[in-house]
Design a protein around this ligand. Structure first.
Ligand SMILES: *Cc1c(COP(=O)(O)O)cnc(C)c1O
Length: 458
């Protein structure tokens, strides 16, 4: 038996990578103001900042780029994408967008009235931004277990707490809730999935009150894999069948093509409601482009269509989730604290348990991400108090219970040997964790501050 599942692909083209010297890393972390988003790519050895747009495309996808039909209107590739999305997602209507947030912008603008509420199973940065920008209050209805990083025996930590959702409906009424944003999987909870039973229960309750169920489908294939792996009755179903069933309970989705669609750019919005579709077509031309390309080149739509068909192959998704599990098991064996169970796209280190000598106001996750880069050249990302931002009404910091550093694994890019390098570096740092100092803002942008904020050591 091998200790891990071999890669279900062989390598046809390579990109060289280089170790970064101690001196260069030290200079780079200072130049970047201790924000890993501000590091230059060439200063990073292994780049686990994000799984967004960082996938390796297959030979078929690259070939697909060559059949890009770059007509201004009615591109062949649009019709191909439309056919694939219908086949695998099951929604009636498709609007392509430049990426996921383009779809979020259209959905939020068209459906939210000032004073509305949008419940969700934990927030996502750009998603909540668009909801709030249109005058809604975001309400977190995820189950309490999602906020407890070391609770390992909960297979579906992304589930909605139905009682919390019911309470919100009782308090504000269904007509103040245009839709629920149901994330499958939940990125900020650590890539945690939602069970089919929970999706069904959410759908029943929402539809009883006239509330639409709109998925954030960004990592829906990973969610489908976890359902197959963990939920009774789904062992023998295909990923494709599970995906179709998941979406059959809802009314549409926003999708970041940069994640599970295995492409470097793209996104889309889906819905079953014809009226909403017509309105969305009217809006996409204002902000993205013709409804048959939505800010994408024909070739990008082709790569996305092919990527979707590859993403639901069992070996692809099983290997992906297993590679992340391997990294998690190596870190866990050394006692490194993290969110459990392991996520579908990343390992999330528990920064408060890693750095118990730091208060959350000293930005432990930001400090840990900077320290990982400084000592190893591995780039990771803060997902804690900095990402959570400030309350739009009070101006006070949101204080999330989860203060994490995300080791996000790009799709089909790194090997198990790379995972070993990352594990060894973090285990070594864990032994020297008392040396890591807290950080404070020296520049704090007003919106989405984690992208461009700058810090210095306290
Ligand atoms: C990335 C992401 C988005 C936004 O998509 P973009 O393509 O980056 O605009 C929305 N929701 C989740 C959960 C994401 O991970």
């Amino acid at each position: 038996m091998s200790k891990f599942m071999p890669e279900p692909f062989k390598i046809k083209s390579v990109e060289p990578m280089y170790f970064i010297s101690d001196e260069r890393r030290e200079a780079a972390v200072q130049e970047a103001g201790f924000n890993t988003f501000l590091l230059k790519s060439k200063d990073c050895y292994i780049d686990l900042l994000t799984d967004s747009g960082t996938s390796a495309m297959s030979d078929k996808q690259w070939a697909g780029l060559m059949v890009g039909d770059e007509a201004y209107a009615g591109s062949e590739n649009f019709y191909h994408l439309e056919e694939v999305v219908k086949e695998y997602f099951g929604f009636k209507y498709l609007i392509p967008t430049h990426q996921g947030r383009g779809a979020e912008n259209i959905l939020s603008t068209l459906t939210i009235k000032p004073g509305d509420y949008v419940p969700g199973n934990m927030y996502f940065t750009t998603t909540r931004f668009h909801q709030e920008r249109n005058g809604a209050t975001f309400v977190d209805v995820i189950c309490d277990e999602a906020h407890q990083p070391d609770l390992a025996d909960v297979p579906f930590k992304g589930n909605v707490d139905i009682a919390k959702l019911q309470k919100l409906i009782d308090e504000v009424g269904g007509d103040k809730i245009p839709y629920i944003c149901l994330a499958v999987t939940v990125n900020l909870a650590g890539g945690q999935p939602v069970s089919m039973a929970n999706i069904k229960a959410v759908s029943e309750l929402c539809h009883k009150h006239g509330i639409k169920v709109m998925y954030d489908a960004t990592r829906c294939v990973e969610n489908a894999f976890f359902i197959k792996d963990r939920e009774a009755g789904f062992e023998d179903k295909s990923i494709k069948a599970i995906l179709l069933e998941m979406f059959s309970y809802g009314d549409g989705c926003t999708m970041s093509g940069k994640k599970d669609c295995l492409t470097n750019n793209g996104g889309f919005l889906c819905m079953n409601d014809e009226e909403l579709f017509l309105e969305a077509k009217g809006m996409v031309v204002q902000f993205e482009g013709m409804p048959s390309y939505g800010g994408l080149a024909g070739r990008d739509m082709e790569a996305m269509a092919i990527g979707i068909t590859e993403s639901v192959e069992y070996d692809y998704i099983a290997h992906r989730v297993n590679q992340i599990r391997y990294l998690g098991e190596r870190l866990e064996a050394a006692g490194v604290p993290m969110v459990k169970p392991y996520g579908g796209h990343a390992i999330f280190l528990d920064a408060r348990a890693f750095l118990p000598h730091l208060d959350q106001q000293q930005l432990p996750a930001q400090a840990l991400a900077a320290a990982i880069y400084r000592t190893s050249g591995v780039r990771t990302m803060e997902r804690g108090i900095v990402s959570a931002g400030r309350d739009v009404k009070t101006g006070k910091n949101h204080v999330p219970k989860l203060e994490t550093v995300r080791l996000t694994i790009p799709r089909r890019v790194y090997t198990y040997a790379h995972m070993d390098y990352v594990a060894d570096a973090i285990i070594e740092l864990y032994k020297n964790r008392e040396s890591i100092r807290g950080l404070e803002f020296v520049f704090e942008p007003k919106v989405l501050r984690f992208f461009t904020g700058r810090f210095s050591e306290i």
